[in-house]
Design a binder for this molecule. Structure first.
Ligand code: ITT
Length: 203
């Protein structure tokens, strides 16, 4: 059985692919479906957006699809950038643009108010309508300057207080073991057999 990974974010593709090994499914990338264009993420929650992406790709590809909607929630910024994390500095913003904006907005925030967390919701949808979602979070703090070369997105600015390292300083296995995406994926794996049974059932 095949499943389409409904994301164009290379960082997510690397992390999700590495963790999907145990599921005994063939993971197909969106590259195999050039006809699938931008999917408007109109939801107000991570759950809504993950489902929007998984449903759109499932319908277009005619195969089960797995989507990830994720982002950084910063307490001192009243939860921003949240579901707008990819577009924090504008519609075509790069990771560097977004990180620069985050540093600017946090410039005057004292150490004791720099708490934040990452959120990841993964959603899988099958052609017969079977649906499953799982959420993971990762608590940390926003650094004063970027550290580390690994990961993607806001990783160089996200400090894990227990390790005293940024997410970009962790190797991929260490990051997956602690991250919002790793936690969401492990929860998904727990409920996967049930979902897979529903996939083969008639609608
Ligand atoms: P797709 O919709 O194609 O999956 P996207 O990058 O637009 O790709 P999102 O809308 O879910 O995905 O935005 C998530 C953003 O949150 C992402 O671009 C990063 O900036 C940030 N983010 C999510 N997970 C992260 C992680 O593990 N480390 C660093 N930043 C992360």
């Amino acid at each position: 059985q095949k499943i389409v990974l409904a994301t164009r974010n290379r960082g997510k593709i690397a992390e999700l692919s590495a963790m999907l090994g145990p599921l005994d499914v063939e993971v197909v990338g969106l590259d195999a479906f050039p006809e699938i264009g931008e999917i408007p993420e109109t939801g107000k929650t991570f759950e809504e957006n993950a489902l929007i992406k998984a449903r759109a790709v499932c319908q277009a590809a005619g195969l089960p699809a797995l989507a990830d909607d994720s982002g950084l929630v910063v307490d001192a910024l009243a939860g921003a950038p949240g579901v707008y994390s990819a577009r924090f500095a504008g519609e075509r913003a790069t990771d560097a643009d977004n990180n620069a904006k985050l540093l600017r907005e946090m410039a005057t925030v004292p150490p004791e108010r720099r708490s934040a967390h990452f959120v990841c919701v993964v959603a899988a949808v099958a052609p017969n309508g079977a649906t499953v979602t799982a959420r993971g979070t990762w608590d940390g703090e926003i650094a004063r300057k970027p550290k580390g070369q690994g990961g993607f997105g806001y990783d160089p600015l996200f400090l894990d207080p227990e390790l005293g390292m940024s997410a970009a300083e962790l190797d991929p296995e260490q990051k997956n073991a602690r991250s919002h995406r790793g936690r969401a994926l492990r929860k998904l794996m727990d409920i996967w057999p049930d979902f897979w049974k529903k996939i083969s059932a008639s609608p």
